[in-house]
Design a protein around this ligand. Sequence first.
Ligand code: HPA
Length: 235
Amino acid sequence: MNKTPHIEVDREGMVSKTILLPGDPLRARFIAETYLENPVRFNTVRNAFGYTGTYHGKDISVMGTGMGMPSIGIYSYELIHNYGVENLIRVGSCGAFQPNLKLYDIIIGISASTNSNFASQFGLPGTYAPTASWKLVEKAVNIAREKGTPVNIGNILSSDIFYDDDPDSWKKWAGMGVLAVEMEAAALYMNAARAGANALCILTVSDSLVTHEATTSEERQTAFTKMMEIALELA
Ligand code: HPA
């Protein structure tokens, strides 16, 4: 298939079986231009730039998903069902909930709690626990160990709300050991699980709800590079 409502490619096979998914389409372009050999752009619909190239000789794609679960829900669904993608790796930023987490720390979301209604479509007779694929978690942790890059592995929160009317609501999640907040992983994990695909979310801490510190854009780059080196080797 060459065309879906939100992705258009010139020919079949332009999207690799493994894709990195930053939220920001310009970040996708940066990743393609910085890390990939011979990147070819496969999508420009809605400026959700997508590229395929190679990293150390292995095919890999990268595409911006936009912010929030509705957006990543759309792109991940089409990538899996219409473009044959099997491994979907979100690379993003997050706000830390725990005092031990410092700016630029790397987090692997082994599970993603959520305040979203996304799971209701599946009509489950209970509460679903969106989970990363063990295969990708294990591989990412092994890569991080080999590189000597420390990673924090745990439950993250995929929130529908950035500007929360209750500024303290995050403390309840923190009290349950949730590491940090972002806005996409739970939908990605659910879509992948439903389709038998593999998904993972790797994050760098860009701000802390505990200390109210936030990163500057240039400082973010170094931490981002470490996260990218783990993600790219998952190809
Ligand atoms: N909230 C939600 N998503 C985020 C945050 C945050 O504080 N920081 C980075 N992504």
